[in-house]
Design a protein around this ligand. Structure first.
Ligand SMILES: [Fe+2]
Ligand SMILES: [Fe+2]
Length: 212
């Protein structure tokens, strides 16, 4: 998290201090609105930052990835609390709810000058390499690199933790799904990097789903 001991925040010129202050404000708003959104963003930010560093990205790119991941679902602030991550079937949710959160999040941030560089992450974290993602159906390298990275980490985390009606998978099963979709949905260099960065496969716990 961006705090006084975090390498991302020190030493900081005034503009970057302003950025962190705005970030704290957004985090407070998140927490008031939906604590789940904040913890989802925090864990995504931490793992995305680690992967970006593992891949040797610049400090500026690492910061963009970290803050972009932290606020990637900002647009859900406009969605009723009980519907975010809800196990309800799609026809019981507002139409376009998933697409709208990417567009709204990007629009909200357009007014915050110091956070403009994280807009591509917020808008494009659900794009897929093959163009099947949203909101713009971007393909391959047309998806900004920071958004591609956060998208990869996001997919892995959602597999591990479960999302909506989709149950959580063990580490091994989640990695297998990521490898199956590597090159189709996800940037293969980033998938390889993520699996290397994660290190040895975590042993399955008894309460996790057995896919065999
Ligand atoms: Fe999202
Ligand atoms: Fe998310």
């Amino acid at each position: 998290m961006p705090d006084s001991n975090h390498p991302l925040t020190e030493p900081l010129p005034d503009l970057q201090k302003a950025l962190i202050n705005v970030s704290y404000l957004l985090m407070d708003l998140y927490n008031l609105s939906n604590p789940m959104l904040l913890s989802h963003g925090r864990s995504l930010a931490k793992l995305s930052e680690g992967l970006a560093r593992h891949l040797g990205w610049s400090e500026e790119a690492v910061r963009t990835v970290f803050l972009g991941a932290l606020f990637h679902d900002l647009g859900y602030l406009a969605t009723p609390l009980e519907l975010v991550g809800s196990p309800l079937p799609e026809d019981h949710r507002p139409p376009n709810m998933e697409v709208d959160h990417t567009i709204l999040g990007a629009r909200l941030l357009a007014r915050v000058e110091v956070l403009r560089n994280i807009i591509p992450v917020v808008r494009h974290h659900h794009e897929h390499l093959d163009g099947s993602g949203f909101p713009d159906g971007l393909k391959g390298q047309a998806i900004p690199a920071e958004a591609r990275l956060v998208g990869v980490v996001h997919a892995y985390q959602n597999l591990r933790h479960g999302y909506g009606p989709t149950p959580a998978l063990g580490d091994r099963a989640a990695r297998e799904v990521m490898q199956e979709d590597s090159g189709l949905l996800w940037d293969p260099v980033m998938v390889r990097g993520l699996l290397a960065f994660l290190g040895p496969v975590e042993p399955d716990r008894e309460d996790e789903i057995d896919l065999s």
